[in-house]
Design a binder for this molecule. Structure first.
Ligand code: AMP
Ligand code: MG
Length: 411
């Protein structure tokens, strides 16, 4: 049995990130939110493009104040608003009204904000001598033309969209979205789309829906290959279809001890290498890790919460790596939170206990499910409603009392 970190390493090592040439596409910037940038964006401009004012105030030459012990400057007739193309040159002993974003006139090097001045007729009384260069955003001080504005591998969010737009880029090269095939296995499963009412013994294939949602959230495209009965021949056929069209295959169910033999046989027959079958994690112990050349195969447990925990702990990061994202996206994020209830674990496997994370006066608070004794069943999907974080009890850690800090994985 692999430890959680061993399993994580094996999975990430098996993932070969997309090729930025072959596995990329050009998108209008407006459609690139949450996609992974496949090439560096080089700035076409200096930012700021020219010296400009960071305040509404008056622009002047700082050295002039040395000759003006009363700190009184003549106000030039011209005003500079943002967007104006300034031609006028500042004369000695003069200042010019300027507004935020306005171009500094030639000769000026400092801006005083209007609150620190008093206007007396055509003169400006400066109340306190400012530093040279104050409230001036200098040409190129944020970034120079030709420098890297945004790096490949960054997930494009609102700040990146804004920065790329400001550099006048209408299109960006991003990695294509990974295609993830989902195979649900089990004789008991019925499709949600079936027109027949459920018979005794049957359940809806809900994993397909939950996993599809997780896959979309991870920025990938889910491909459903439907529910397959526990039939080796059918399973072999469907796995074959999956590896032909997907970058990663997730199967759920059918990997308990008795099933290993036939799953392994199918995987081997189809040319896979199996790297692991179980992980010391609760829930989600059965985890088949295999690969067909570049296509990764992850067989997770059928229990609905197990399948989701396996996804959050291992699969989300694998998708991020596959998709060319920076390594910060390959691993879950953890914080410490204080628990509202006692938390128990058997301590044999790393234990993941779902719940709700809130903040009280800025401090993270973890609330386990209402009835931790019976609620933490991996088959109890209902208990996972409202889950937004998962407390993690390391191996040998058996108890965290109410009010103490517990490690929490963000999802
Ligand atoms: P298995 O991993 O096949 O032993 O399944 C473990 C439990 O998860 C059983 O109670 C299954 O009925 C249930 N299960 C398996 N696959 C699914 C699925 N796709 N959707 C909902 N529940 C499932
Ligand atoms: Mg089953």
């Amino acid at each position: 049995m692999l430890s959680v970190t061993e399993a994580e390493k094996i999975i990430l090592d098996l993932v070969k990130p997309f090729d930025s040439e072959v596995d990329s596409e050009i998108l209008p910037l407006s459609q690139a939110l949450n996609r992974i940038l496949a090439e560096d964006i080089i700035s076409a401009f200096d930012f700021p493009h020219w010296d400009n004012s960071a305040m509404d105030g008056y622009a002047f030459r700082h050295a002039d104040l040395a000759d003006l012990p009363e700190l009184k400057l003549a106000i030039a007739s011209q005003e500079i608003v943002a967007g104006a193309n300034v031609k006028q040159v500042l004369s000695k002993g003069e200042c010019m009204r300027i507004f935020t974003g306005g171009m500094l006139p030639d000769g000026a090097d400092t801006v005083i904000m209007q609150e620190d001045t008093e206007r007396v007729d055509d003169f400006l009384q400066i109340k306190a001598k400012p530093q040279r260069g104050e409230y001036v955003r200098r040409k190129g001080e944020f970034i120079l033309a030709g420098a890297r504005l945004v790096s490949a591998g960054i997930k494009i969010g609102a700040p990146e969209i804004g920065a790329i737009a400001s550099a006048s880029c209408q299109q960006v090269k991003v990695y294509r979205q990974p295609k993830i095939a989902i195979i649900s296995t089990g004789n008991e499963l019925v499709s949600l789309e079936s027109s027949q009412p459920l018979q005794a013994g049957q359940i809806i294939d809900s994993n397909l829906y939950a996993l599809s949602a997780l896959i979309s959230q991870a920025g990938a495209i889910a491909i459903s290959l439907g529910a397959v009965g526990d039939d080796p021949q059918k399973l072999e056929m469907v796995i074959q279809q999956a590896i032909a069209q997907a970058d990663l295959v997730i199967s759920t169910g059918g990997v308990s001890v008795g099933d290993y033999d036939y799953i392994d046989r199918i995987l081997a027959k189809l040319g896979a290498e199996v790297h692991g079958r179980s992980v010391a994690i609760k829930p989600g112990k059965p985890l088949t890790i295999a690969n067909f050349d570049k296509v990764l195969y992850l067989g997770v447990a059928g229990n609905p919460v197990s399948a989701m925990v396996s996804f959050w702990r291992f699969i989300r990061g694998a998708i991020a790596k596959l998709n060319g994202a920076n390594s910060i996206h390959w691993y879950p994020q953890f914080i410490q939170a204080s628990t509202t209830e006692d938390i128990h674990s058997q301590g044999r496997r790393e234990t993941y206990l779902w719940g709700v994370l809130t903040y009280a006066k800025g401090n993270p608070i973890f609330q386990p499910v209402p009835d931790p004794q019976s609620g933490y069943s991996s088959g109890n999907l209902i208990s996972a409603i409202k889950t937004n974080a998962i407390a993690v009890m390391r191996v040998h850690q058996t108890y965290v009392p109410e009010g103490d800090q517990v490690l929490v994985m963000l999802i």
